[in-house]
Design a protein around this ligand. Structure first.
Ligand SMILES: *Cc1c(COP(=O)(O)O)cnc(C)c1O
Length: 480
């Protein structure tokens, strides 16, 4: 069994085994003709159930054969141009090289004595990101597992900075289409059930600052404490960007922590054409970025950034065995002092490899391409009488629905759209997402693949219309 441990004696076997695994993935990716096979839970679960984990195969090739059967063949492939559903990007190869390196060396980024150069590389990437945002000389941050954790940490800092007699008095303001991690964070942070005040959005799904001003005034008037405003720099559902400069102004006026959740929109930080859409982000107290959404990085790769390094102390605890207080005086950099996690992957290496091989412009160009594609898709939808499209894209999301010419029952239109999404998924021809707008079922494209073309978009719209029409035809048959 020792032959399975990576060390000087097994380096050659390591090379062979990993290469075998990579070859299987490469062969699968090269021949994937649909984003999904349409496999069902009922078809797949017996294949996984029947595997006896207490009877190992002792052979990597045999296990990879088995894996092809239970996973690789039927996985959902984000690199395919007709995967248009969630905020998943195709990944860039330099990042995959980083992934291979970081998991084999297995540095843990909690302390300098478990990572050395890894710590410095992460710090440099944090500095690079804060400079791109424009957070100023005292800025800092740390890599996290994702936007959810970044938002939680940012709101923890905001809570600690707020002056309130009771947690029940604290209020967080976020648009009604902000990410649900804001509410989860409020709960984890011990705030009351009324803590997150939803602010209405305008026609373009952007937070209405007039309403925010009114709610801030009401909050203070009631003797409550505004703890944070969460502005979303690219909403998950619509890609809409809240009016950051106006929100920053209100935060300054009321002395409230401004958090910008740019989990999705952070790709604009590298954009060559659309960086100005994030203007105002530089006034934030904290920012969430998900490199695994719009920097084409594999999951996980995310960070929380803060304007003032001193605020990170709210996440600092010292342990004699790990990061004793004296190390701060000795200027030994222990990233655990800034993180909610302890043992932590060296995810930063993926972004490092990406920036060193492709450069930020390379990433920005790819993100610009998907933003441009969304505009083309919007034009297609707006010109097509079969569809109703919600907002003109600020990033790369399109929310729309099929609207049958002859049907007047809104519930029937809802069912046709739900059916079309399901039928499309089952066919595996394309994968799209769904959401609700004003109580009605809509469909959604999140475009993050520069390989997707307008022809792909047109073809998927035809598939959707076809499935919806089939549903409506069948339901007419049922009625008669
Ligand atoms: C995706 C997303 C999150 C959550 O990020 P994870 O990486 O999935 O944890 C938070 N906020 C917004 C706006 C997002 O789009």
């Amino acid at each position: 069994m020792r032959s399975h441990l990576l060390n000087d004696a097994t380096a050659e076997q390591y090379r062979r085994s990993v290469t075998e695994g990579v070859e299987r993935v490469a062969a699968t990716v090269a021949t994937t003709d649909r984003p999904f096979t349409g496999v069902t839970v009922d078809a797949l679960s017996p294949r996984i159930d029947e595997i006896d984990l207490d009877r190992p195969l002792h052979d990597t090739a045999a296990v990879l054969d088995e894996l092809a059967d239970v996973y690789l063949r039927d996985a959902v492939y984000f690199h395919h141009p007709r995967y248009l559903a969630h905020l998943n990007c195709p990944v860039v190869i330099p990042a995959l090289v980083g992934e291979a390196v970081l998991s084999a060396v297995n540095s843990s980024l909690d302390t300098w004595d478990q990572s050395a150069g890894g710590t410095l590389i992460e710090r440099k990437l944090i500095d690079w990101t804060t400079a791109r945002i424009g957070l100023g000389p005292a800025a800092d941050g740390v890599f996290t597992s994702g936007g959810t954790q970044s938002n939680l940490q940012a709101l923890l800092l905001a809570r600690e900075e707020a002056k309130a007699e009771s947690l029940a008095d604290l209020r967080i303001f976020a648009s009604e289409v902000s990410h649900f991690s804001v509410k989860k964070s409020a709960k984890l942070l011990g705030l009351g059930p009324e803590a997150v005040v939803p602010i209405p959005v305008d026609h373009d799904k952007r937070l209405q600052t007039v309403a925010l001003a009114r709610e801030l005034e009401r909050c203070v008037g009631e003797g409550l404490v505004p703890m944070a405003v969460v502005a979303t720099g690219g909403t998950t559902d619509f890609g809409s960007i809240d009016p950051l400069p106006e929100i920053a102004g209100l935060c300054e006026q009321y002395g409230v922590w401004m958090h910008v959740d740019a989990a999705y929109g952070c790709g604009l930080l590298a954009s060559l054409k659309y960086r100005d859409r994030l203007t105002g982000i530089e006034r934030a107290d904290s920012v969430t970025v998900d490199y695994h959404k719009s920097f084409f990085q594999p999951v996980s790769s995310s960070a929380v950034l803060v304007r003032d390094v001193a605020t990170l102390r709210h996440a600092t605890y010292h342990a004699e065995y790990l990061n004793p207080r004296r190390m701060v005086q000795e200027r030994i950099p222990n990233q655990v002092d800034k993180s909610l996690q302890t043992t932590r992957r060296f995810d930063a290496l993926k972004l490092w490899m990406t920036l060193r091989v492709m450069g930020a412009d390379g990433i920005g160009q790819l993100f610009d391409e998907v933003c441009d594609l969304a505009v083309e898709g919007w034009k297609l939808l707006a010109a097509d009488p079969r569809f109703d499209v919600v907002v003109e894209p600020s990033l790369s999301t399109l929310v729309f629905r099929y609207v049958p010419a002859a049907v007047t029952d809104p519930a029937e239109t809802d069912r046709a759209n739900l059916y079309a999404r399901k039928a499309l998924f089952a066919s595996g021809d394309a994968v799209v997402a769904g959401t609700k707008v004003a109580g009605h079922h809509y469909l959604k494209f999140t475009l993050l693949n520069p390989e997707t073309t307008t022809a792909d978009i047109a073809a998927v719209l035809d598939l959707i219309a076809g499935h919806a029409e089939q549903y409506l035809g069948d339901s007419l048959d049922r009625a008669s």
